[in-house]
Design a protein around this ligand. Sequence first.
Ligand SMILES: [Zn+2]
Length: 152
Amino acid sequence: MTEKSYTCPYCLRTGGQGKAGRNKTGSQRYRCSRCGGVYTPDPILSGYSESDRFIIAALYIIDQDFFRAHNEFTARALAETFHVSHQTIINWSREYQLEVLIQLRKVRSISQFNSNHLALARYLSFLRQGNTMDVSKFLEKDLSELPTRTKN
Ligand SMILES: [Zn+2]
């Protein structure tokens, strides 16, 4: 695998740009070997991809609106788990609320999820990408793929 080559925004050198940890939101930082400048070339929102943010927002929304009594995925709990602020969780939930609710309406056999928020959230995300698959087929596939789903 080849590493994408960045250009230093300070001295404009390309190449010799080494990784320099991550910023608060988890985006990769780089340090220029010539001038020592540190910068974040791709400041992804909170370091999470669009689909990850959707899933995290869905967990929160499902827990709030759907399994009312659960309170398993509070903004605080999610914030702690995903190393973002409590406010970030709230912001994402606002951003994705409508889409999550629209996708939820498509899921007829909610009971098949047995309150498995994460599987349901992944299914919603899957539907949102324009895919269609029966819930039970999705679950079968999803569960068989679970061991490889590790976040780096
Ligand atoms: Zn430089």
